[in-house]
Every structure is written in structure tokens, then in C-alpha cells.
Design a protein around this ligand. Structure first.
Ligand SMILES: [Fe+2]
Ligand SMILES: [Fe+2]
Length: 130
């Protein structure tokens, strides 16, 4: 069972962005499945690195779009992106937790963050820029 289900409320109304968001969710679910099914700490490190790289790439794309459009909430939006990347790094660095527990913590946090971020920051951005 995948942990994060796509919901209609996630849609920001721009097919290309929705497609990228769906791919991020699929990746998060893969990370979760792999970690809870008993990965090693090396697996955790590798998954977190891939996850962070993919999420960073998506954020970089959005931030470029915002800069080019001189978007009025660029700073706030970018801060929310950075907060998530910091949090992922922090969770992954917790050496006192095993891979399964880390997988749970990561995916719980990611689901909460993405649900909120899609609904607020990303929805506003794409409503503004069309
Ligand atoms: Fe996004
Ligand atoms: Fe965003």
C-alpha cells in the first residue's frame, strides 16, 4: 500500500506541475516502501540522497519561474522549500532510529508538508502565473 495518495486538492491546475508533483509522491512512496520493508542505514542514506536531489530539482524549477516572473511571495515560498530540505536532512541524520522508523517519520512528515504546500504556496503561485 502506498502511503501518500494523490488527492484532487493537490492539483494546482497546471498539468505539467501536477505531473511533477505526482512523480514526487511516487518517489516518496517508493522510499517509504523500501525503508519500512527493512533497509539498512546505507539504503536510508541512498534513498534520502535521491529524494533530496529530486525534491531540490523541483524546487529549483519553481524558484526560477518565480524569479523570472518577479513573483511577490518568492521569499516566503522559497523559505518553505528550504525548511523541508533541512528537515529531511535532520531526520536522516538521526542515528538513533532504525531504517523502518526513519521511513515512517520521513513519509509522515513529507505527506504533511506536501499536502499543505501544494494547497497553499504552490496553488497560489500557479493561480497567479497561470
Ligand atoms: Fe511544487
Ligand atoms: Fe513550491
Amino acid at each position: 500500500m502506498s502511503l501518500i495518495e494523490w488527492k484532487d486538492s493537490f492539483s494546482v491546475g497546471v498539468p505539467a506541475v501536477d505531473h511533477e508533483h505526482r512523480e514526487l509522491i511516487a518517489l516518496i512512496n517508493r522510499v517509504h516502501d523500501n525503508l519500512v520493508s527493512g533497509g539498512s542505514r546505507d539504503d536510508v542514506r541512498q534513498f534520502v540522497a535521491e529524494l533530496s536531489a529530486r525534491i531540490s530539482a523541483h524546487f529549483a524549477l519553481e524558484e526560477r519561474i518565480m524569479r523570472e516572473a518577479r513573483y511577490d511571495q518568492y521569499k516566503e515560498h522559497k523559505q518553505d522549500h528550504e525548511a523541508l530540505l533541512d528537515e529531511i536532512a535532520e531526520i536522516a541524520d538521526d542515528i538513533h532510529t532504525d531504517a523502518a522508523a526513519l521511513g515512517d517519520r520521513l513519509s509522515t512528515r513529507l505527506e504533511a508538508w506536501f499536502s499543505e504546500h501544494f494547497r497553499t504556496h504552490d496553488a497560489r503561485l500557479h493561480r497567479r502565473l497561470g
